[in-house]
Structures are given as C-alpha cells and as structure tokens.
Design a protein around this ligand. Structure first.
Ligand code: U2P
Length: 247
C-alpha cells in the first residue's frame, strides 16, 4: 500500500514538473526608462509623441532579457511578431507611459517603439511572457516605481543642474535596495547627461535584484539632469522639430 502511494506521488510530481511553464533561458532583465530631455537636447530638438502624454516624466524604453556576461538575446522568433490587437486594452496606458520621442523621424510613429521592443526583446522571453503580459509587466513596474519622484525627493531635479552619478544611483538604491545602471549621452555642448536608467529584475521579472552585470554607459562622475522639453506657448506644441516632415 505504502509503495503504491509513493509511486502515485512520484508520478504526480513528474506531471506537475512537465506541465509547468518552461524556465527562462536568460539570467535577468534590464527594465529601462529614458529621459526625453536628454534626447531632445542632444540634437537641438526632437519630435514629441503625436498622441498621449507629454508631461515631464521618465518614459519606458523596454524590458530586456540579459545574460550574466553582458550579452543578450534579440529577435528570437519571426513567427510571433508584434500584433497590437493582442494589447488593445493597454494602449491608453501605454500612450501615457511608453511613448517615442523621435530624433530621426517626425511625426514619431506611436507604435514603432512597441513593435520594436516586442520583436527584439519580447520574442526572446516567451518562456514566461506572451504579448499581453510582456507589455503589462512594463506598465506595472512603471506604476510601482516613480523614478522622477524618487530623484526629486532627494533634491535631484531636471533643471539643467549637475549631480553626482553616485548621488543619483543612491537615491534609487534607497528605495529599491539596489543601485541601478545609468546611461549618459551628451548635450550639444558635450556635457554628459542623464539619459537612461537601468533597473535590474530577476529572470521572471518579479523582483528588483542586484545587477549581475552593471552596464558601463559612458557617464562622468557629475552629470547633467536636463530640463524636460518645453512647450511653445503660441502653438501649444513642443518647441522642437515636429513641423519638419509634416510639410
Ligand atoms: O545598445 C543598443 C540597443 O541594444 C539593446 N541592448 C543594449 C544593451 C543591453 O545590455 N541590452 C540590450 O538589449 C537595446 O535595444 P533597443 O530595444 O533599444 O533596440 C539598446 O538600445
């Protein structure tokens, strides 16, 4: 009798193991947000999102699977490319938090960035996410973590002032427990400035973790936190180059 119970338990266990989702074949995630001001003042102008929010804030770039050695998979599945119909209930939220501030093409195309992020990164994480859960996970973290507020609370404001790189990292570490990676670019005068923030998540994108591989993204020890692109009070549009390709 006891033998039968043990055999049944073992077969039940193998059933559970074989029916659970496959485990991730990458090591962790970068969840990356960018600061539009650093795009616009690196080029003397930029193209604001045509729809959605242009309030001063960080914007989602994407959720990127990573390997511990600093490399990453990309464009893993040509058979399941971006399909907006699978995320139609999320579009309103994405228009607020996940927009594209273009520098090359105006007007910027609302869905370009979403399509690119799914095709490049989302197709590599299908062991844990489908279309909907990939985009929803980004939005959930965006609601959970207000990076601009975290910095402002520590006196780090987007007013073209300079702040210590460690000061910025520590402000975020105080809240999530782990230092983020910071990517800089240069303004037109050559000043290094805050461009993107890399938050590390475990390989199921559930928890913040210590970055297994810290991206070295060309910052200086003091970096500029650029202003958010300003509105043109006359046209109600942003004072950038949005008129270029609409003519
Ligand atoms: O660096 C260029 C682009 O490659 C992707 N990337 C970069 C670094 C990294 O550690 N992981 C990673 O995925 C990003 O892809 P994107 O979605 O922007 O095309 C990054 O911008």
């Amino acid at each position: 009798m006891r033998g039968i119970i043990i055999v049944s338990l073992l077969s039940l266990q193998s059933l559970v193991v074989s029916s659970s989702p496959t485990s991730p074949d990458f090591n962790f995630f970068y969840w990356v947000n960018y600061w539009p001001g650093a795009i616009c003042d690196s080029q003397n102008g930029c193209c604001p999102p045509t729809k959605g929010n242009t309030a001063s804030d960080f914007i989602i770039h994407g959720l990127w699977p990573q390997f511990n050695n600093g490399t990453w998979p990309a464009f893993c599945d040509q058979t399941n490319l971006f399909d907006i119909s699978k995320i139609s209930d999320l579009v309103c939220q994405m228009e607020k938090k996940w927009t594209e501030w273009g520098v090359w093409a105006c007007p910027s195309n609302e869905t370009n960035l979403w399509e690119h992020e799914w095709n490049k990164h989302g197709t590599c994480v299908q062991s844990i996410f489908d279309h909907h859960s990939y985009f929803l996970t980004n939005l959930k973290f965006r609601h959970k973590l207000n990076l601009l507020n975290i910095l402002i609370q520590k006196g780090i404001k987007p007013t073209d002032g300079f702040y210590g790189l460690d000061e910025i990292k520590n402000a975020i570490k105080c809240v999530i427990g782990f230092a983020p990676g910071i990517e800089c670019n240069e303004d037109v005068k050559g000043n290094k400035q805050l461009f993107q923030i890399y938050i590390c998540l475990d390989n199921y994108a559930k928890e913040f973790v210590e970055c297994p591989y810290v991206p070295d993204k060309s910052c200086a020890s003091k970096i500029k936190f650029p202003k958010f692109p300003e509105r043109d009070p006359l046209s109600e549009s942003l004072s950038v180059m949005s008129s270029v390709s609409t003519t």
